[in-house]
Design a protein around this ligand. Structure first.
Ligand code: MRU
Length: 314
């Protein structure tokens, strides 16, 4: 089952707003529908957003309007969400093929999809190997947000590593941090782990650093929306607190992200636009501040595992 794919002339996604109550697919036939799905997180997670960006440009190419109109549509795809580098990157890759026509644009979008599938497989193996080296037998892991097949196409980044360790019999346990306010951990990660038969526990986000201090977590593993040139990691809000907790507890903090999320054009985390979402997601009608992501300085990051290499930092 793929989170996102091109099917009979349109983009099909698993509607992540409906999970875990209902597994349903949505068919997106226009750029406007795709942008709406990205904004309300029906499709989400950096690698899946890269594919959505590229396929959104294929929808724009299929529209067949003027060059100016197509450019406007491409721009709306690129900017639907600002933080994950994959979205604009996927859109630009596909847009570079626009002069060669729709078939070339679609071929590029399908290449982005296929590369993410291959990246997930490579990261799972490399990440599981790294945990064997860092933690020895059966580490108990804590993860944050959702980084499984739902965030990619199939497989996953950090959760792909967790699944691989489960299959190898080297996983000592996993805690899914619930990931306020939209509960990607409690809703989506828990759903994926259940389906895969991996035992897990959900914890409130604020419990993470305390569970580490209490000796109940051997390492943190999570994904990224952007890895900056200096190794700063931009990821779901709550990541920084887990990183501080891991540093205080003296346990590894490992980020798993494909090369498509590594952005050497962004020097540090300070240069990244952090998406601020509607306060209604946090506190109903109360005044609220709702940054969707945070920045973890590279000094708190033990390693970044990509599909091609392991970058070591703090
Ligand atoms: O707002 P979201 O759900 O799109 O945020 C997703 C994350 O922060 C993930 O941790 C990140 O994209 C890595 S996904 C493999």
């Amino acid at each position: 089952m793929r989170t996102i794919d091109w099917v009979d002339g349109a983009v099909e996604i698993i509607d992540q707003t409906a999970l875990p109550a209902e597994l349903r697919t949505l068919r997106l036939s226009t750029v406007e529908e795709l942008v709406g799905a990205v904004r309300r997180l029906a499709v989400r997670g950096a690698p899946a957003l890269g594919v959505a960006g590229a396929m959104g440009v294929a929808l724009a190419a299929a529209t067949g309007g003027s060059v100016a109109r197509t450019a406007q549509l491409v721009r709306s795809v690129e900017t639907a969400r600002p933080t994950a580098v994959n979205l604009a990157r996927g859109a630009r890759r596909a847009a570079a093929q626009l002069p060669h026509g729709f078939d070339a644009v679609l071929a590029e979008a399908l290449a982005v999809r296929d590369e993410e599938i291959a990246s997930s497989m490579a990261m799972a193996v490399r990440g599981a190997d790294l945990f064997a080296e860092l933690c020895g037998a059966s580490p108990r892991l804590l993860t944050h947000c959702n980084t499984g097949g739902l965030a990619c196409v199939t497989g996953g980044t950090a959760l792909g590593v967790v699944m691989e360790m489960h299959q190898r019999g080297t996983l000592g346990g996993v805690i899914a941090s619930e990931t306020r306010p939209l509960l990607q951990g409690a809703r989506l990660t828990a759903w994926e782990l259940s389906r895969a038969g991996v035992p897990f526990r959900v914890a409130v986000d604020g419990a993470g650093p305390y569970l580490m201090a209490r000796g109940e977590v051997d390492a943190v593993v999570l994904g990224a929306d952007r890895v900056c040139a200096n190794g700063d990691v931009v990821n779901k809000i709550g990541t920084y607190a887990h990183a501080l907790g891991a540093k205080a507890a003296g346990i590894p903090f490992v980020v798993v992200a494909p090369e498509s999320t590594v952005d050497n054009d962004t020097p540090t985390g300070a240069a990244v636009e952090i998406e601020d979402r509607d306060g209604v997601e946090v506190a109903g009608g109360l005044p609220a501040v709702n940054p969707a992501f945070d920045v973890t300085p590279h000094a708190l990051v033990t390693a970044v595992v990509t599909d091609r290499r392991v970058l070591r930092f703090g």
